[in-house]
Design a protein around this ligand. Structure first.
Ligand SMILES: C[S@@+](CC[C@H](N)C(=O)[O-])C[C@H]1O[C@@H](n2cnc3c(N)ncnc32)[C@H](O)[C@@H]1O
Length: 209
């Protein structure tokens, strides 16, 4: 069974995403995808918020999404995308796609939520061709003990409210451990100020070794 059901989160997420798009997330999505080309797999595509940002050099996007309601949103968004997008069920840990069949893999705000991120990264690595790119935009574990402490407390309830998302996950450290070489990475706070425990972010490109 590939479906993962988070009905309340799935209902709220498109509205949260629309609000954060205006606050700066759209610019991050555009930065994430600038320069991508060829055949792309997008893992945990949600309701397709990245789709408008794919550049014309992308020949095809295979978007994998396990949550049925979000997947329906992605199918609707695919119809208006600037490049061909097909949407299918599946989980990051088991994509059900051919080995070495993609030039680029995209994850945005996803590796915080998958149960086993190293397994997911191994599976993403499997479907990428050698030299293929992993493009990632994720919130991550804080850079100070104080921030990590706040995240640990918030993580007592956060996963129940946010579709299984965990705040203290050191995704930026896991990517190199999973057999990728980081080519470029930008670490930043978003929002820039305030008490948001999900503010530490990374946006980068890593290459499959
Ligand atoms: C915060 S949303 C982000 C959605 C989208 N990537 C975006 O940038 O708007 C987290 C997404 O991860 C998906 N997800 C959770 N666990 C997953 C898994 N094991 N495999 C693939 N996707 C997963 C959720 O269904 C949801 O679509």
């Amino acid at each position: 069974m590939t479906d993962l059901r988070h009905p309340i989160f799935a209902r709220l997420y498109p509205r949260i995403a629309a609000a954060s798009a205006k606050a700066g997330v759209d610019a991050h999505r555009a930065e994430l995808l600038a320069g991508a080309s060829g055949r792309v797999v997008e893992v945990g595509a949600g309701h397709g918020a990245n789709f408008p940002h794919y550049p014309p050099q992308v020949t095809e996007v295979v978007a994998v999404e396990p949550e049925p309601r979000l997947r329906r949103g992605a199918i609707a968004a695919a119809a208006g995308a600037p490049v061909p997008v097909s949407v299918r069920p599946g989980r990051a840990e088991e994509l059900g796609l051919d080995a070495a069949s993609f030039d680029v893999a995209v994850v945005s705000l996803v590796l915080c939520s998958v149960r086993d991120p190293l397994r997911a990264l191994a599976e993403i690595r499997r479907v990428l061709r050698p030299g293929g790119e992993l493009r990632y935009y994720e919130h991550v574990r804080g850079g100070t003990p104080r921030k990590v402490r706040v995240q640990r407390y918030a993580d007592l309830v956060w996963p129940f409210l946010a579709g299984g998302c965990r705040l203290v996950r050191p995704t930026d450290a896991l990517i190199p451990r999973a057999g990728f070489t980081v080519r470029a990475e930008r670490r930043f706070e978003f929002p820039e100020s305030g008490p948001n425990p999900a503010s530490p972010h990374v946006l980068g490109v890593a290459v499959r070794d």
